[in-house]
Design a protein around this ligand. Sequence first.
Ligand code: ATP
Ligand code: MG
Length: 204
Amino acid sequence: MADNNHDQRKNDNHKARQQRLKEKVDEKVANAKSEGGVFQVITGNGKGKSTAGFGTVTRAVGHGLKCAVVQFIKGTWGCGERDVLEKLGVTFDVMATGFTWETQNRESDIAAAEKAWQSAKQYLSDDSIDMVLLDELTYMLSYDYLDTDEVIEAIKSRPSHQFLVVTGRAAHRKLTDLADTVSEVRNVKHAFEAGIMAQKGFDY
Ligand code: ATP
Ligand code: MG
């Protein structure tokens, strides 16, 4: 009997708490502005930034949105997502250079970054594109390969309905200030630290 009373009280408390929560959420939903192209930055040192960016593009494609991807660092390996998403009509532009920490020619890196940026800029001014993913863009700003203010201006003046996802470590303060949503992926541990190499299908 005592147990029953205890359970009843717990249930009542739970119900009251959920009711209060629901009221708060309903109020937020009622006050929220409707549609609009959200700008998200996915940064931090943990694994999962690019996969989250591609996941968002996949979600958008599933709803029939038109998407474009620019990859600012080209690995020495391919990218599994590209093979899938290109078949579904997603446009890809990949920077024509290897990982920046492997290249030693600043001049040719900058030229490659500029070329990729021209594509990005075009997408950011194209009304017909619903979502743009600029994968690893953050490095172009921290290496000073691209002009930060020019990038910020292009992002600000993109079509109002256009979603934008930017990934990469150490995002510039101007990017995170401008973004509507900023997520930081924290490295708790990574297989590579235990000597496990990057593997096809899991890391790229
Ligand atoms: P992913 O593409 O798997 O989502 P990411 O975009 O978060 O990773 P990047 O910094 O772009 O991470 O690095 C890409 C590559 O480096 C991947 O092969 C990934 O497994 C590896 N990597 C990511 N984070 C770490 C880390 N903390 N330590 C070592 N390697 C990492
Ligand atoms: Mg990445």
